[in-house]
Design a protein around this ligand. Structure first.
Ligand code: ADP
Length: 542
């Protein structure tokens, strides 16, 4: 067979020939921007030409600091198509981490949304590799400006050549992009994606066994484009000819619902906290939606959330799991046809697992240097291997801690059922280790969030003088609801052994979140570290 490289060119070329009439729609500060794939294709080439004219060469890192919008999508293609490396930067990083990753990646050019320029002010003198800042906006006001040497994106494109001679044989193992993932401690770690990895991951997103993205879809990636390539949706949507709807700056649940309704979105993807807040609004304001699938991942989707979408709003809800290191799709939850005879609550239990391994990957469950059986009971760390799984961190000694014998060690503890469904018990660091036994914070959280009066809940382990750690629950109630600690404990006592029950329940207005909307348990752990320090030994577990 022909050794045709699996590269971004094959995606772009096919898409331009097959789908010139498809739409890319962006919510902007001032309204809605829409254009067709053919216009997108020309602007992609203009951007590559402009970057080349600025001196960008193959292998150079070109960063983006942007919301989900059409210019960001142009960068997604223009940068790798010319052989440079697309470095998407998380716009919610603290200045210190922002400076670290720009320097670590040695970014030469940064494409930045106009409204995000203030993020660069604190680090403007600390990023020596950065030669150009290209400001993306309609008519960006570059002067007076807090940062020197800025260029106007639209001005550059207007002057640039509308055609670019991309190399169809660009090597598939060449780097296409990179993304930094947060580390438990210390600086973020860089993951480099190859053209081949992205091409195969994009195909995987189109499988009927996963999200089945196709040309009949209109896809809304709510998950930020700086977070694990917006789960690969921009690449697969462009390849398979889906219309793309981009939510633009600081989307709110209301603006997302409006967008999904007006643009007849069929697939929308985001983390559970996004769907929790969308559900909260939908419960009071029913709006016609045309979703064939809500795609949810990034942290555990509570079964109650799945039920709300499916039963209250008649919207199918799919749960998937992955990480920056796995591009990110690793498992996807769909009910096997052989299990369709199960009772409704058993089906829901399976569909709220993280799902089955995606074709193309290998998976192991490991504990104490041994492979564990897929029996639904044995708990071990998930390891992955495959063409879209990273095999190192970019120029980082921490590679040694996370990779072994060609496998990625995820740091996630799970069980795998005999049918192959992965159920995440916890991140290693989030497991509550009480008296030598493990308690799953995720299971407790899901059970609390199943209560109709609860908006969100997080459980952490805090140091305890006798048991090492004990669980502590944090609960946010829906508006105007009243629940007590005893109500929560009684709810849990119905499903869990006594020693799993949290030692205390603390009611908060909000659970602190990470930049991508996951529970920031580190903040809770820091704040409540001493909470049980003075507890008598007989407190809690028995
Ligand atoms: P960060 O570490 O910054 O959150 P990632 O986005 O790469 O970076 O997060 C990957 C982690 O998110 C996984 O290792 C896992 O712990 C968690 N995760 C992702 N998807 C799910 C899911 N569906 N259910 C539970 N946890 C998930």
């Amino acid at each position: 067979m022909m050794p045709t490289p699996l590269n971004l060119y094959s995606i772009f070329d096919y898409s331009q020939k097959m789908w010139p009439e498809k739409w890319i729609i962006t919510r902007t500060h001032s309204g809605t921007h829409r254009y067709q794939y053919r216009d997108f294709g020309e602007r992609v080439q203009r951007l590559s030409s402009a970057l080349k004219a600025l001196g960008v060469k193959p292998g150079d890192r070109v960063a983006t600091l942007a919301w989900n919008n059409f210019r960001h999508l142009e960068a997604y293609f223009a940068i790798p198509l010319m052989g440079a490396v697309l470095h998407t930067i998380n716009l919610r990083l603290p200045a210190e981490h922002l400076g670290y990753i720009i320097n670590h990646a040695e970014d030469q050019v940064l494409l930045i949304d106009e409204d995000l320029l203030p993020l660069m002010v604190p680090i403007r003198d600390k990023v020596p590799t950065l030669q150009h800042l290209i400001v993306m906006g309609e008519h960006p006001n570059l002067s007076p400006n807090p940062i020197t040497s800025t260029l106007d994106y639209e001005g550059l494109l207007a002057k640039a050549a509308p055609e670019m001679d991309y190399d169809p044989n660009w090597p598939e193992d060449a780097p296409l992009g990179m993304c930094y993932t947060s580390a438990t401690t210390g600086n973020p770690k860089g993951v480099v994606y190859s053209h081949r990895g992205i091409a195969l991951h994009s195909l995987a997103m189109g499988l009927a066994n996963t999200s089945a993205i196709s040309e009949s879809d209109t896809v809304l990636p709510i998950v930020p484009m700086f977070h694990a390539n917006a789960w690969g949706l921009p690449f697969s949507s462009v390849w398979f000819g889906a219309n793309i709807v981009l939510p633009g700056p600081a989307p709110t649940p209301e603006s997302l619902i409006r967008l999904m309704s007006e643009e007849h979105v069929s697939v929308a993807a985001g983390v559970p906290t996004v769907w929790l807040s969308v559900a909260k609004v939908l419960e009071h304001h029913q709006t016609p939606l045309y979703l064939r699938m809500v795609l949810c991942g990034g942290s555990a989707a509570p079964p109650a959330l799945i039920r709300t979408f499916e039963q209250n709003f008649s919207i199918p809800f799919a749960h998937a799991y992955g990480m920056t290191e796995t591009s990110p799709l690793a498992t996807f939850s769909r009910l096997k046809s052989t299990l369709s005879g199960l009772a409704e609550n058993e089906q829901l239990a399976i569909r709220s697992t993280q799902g089955a391994l995606v074709p193309g990957l290998f998976m192991r469950l490991r504990r104490n240097n041994e492979d564990l059986p897929w029996d639904g009971k044995s708990m071990g760390e998930l390891w992955f291997k495959g063409p879209w799984v990273a095999d190192e961190y970019y120029r980082d000694p921490r590679t040694e801690d996370s990779f072994e014998d060609g496998w990625l060690k995820t740091g996630d503890v799970a069980t795998v059922s005999p049918e192959g469904y992965v159920k995440l018990v916890d991140r290693t660091k989030d497991l509550v280790k009480s008296g030598g036994e493990w308690i799953s914070s995720v299971d407790l959280e899901n059970a609390i969030m199943a209560h109709p009066d609860v908006f969100e809940a997080a459980v952490i382990g805090v140091p305890h003088p006798k048991w090492d750690e004990r669980p502590l629950a944090f609960v946010v109630l829906k508006e105007n609801r009243q629940l007590t600690k005893e109500d929560i404990i009684n709810l849990l006592a119905a499903s869990f052994p006594k020693w799993w029950l949290p030692d205390d329940v603390i009611f908060l207005d909000e659970i602190p979140k990470t930049s991508v909307g996951k529970f920031l348990k580190r903040a809770l752990r820091d704040q409540y570290h001493q909470y049980l320090a003075g507890s008598p030994p007989e407190h809690g577990a028995s």
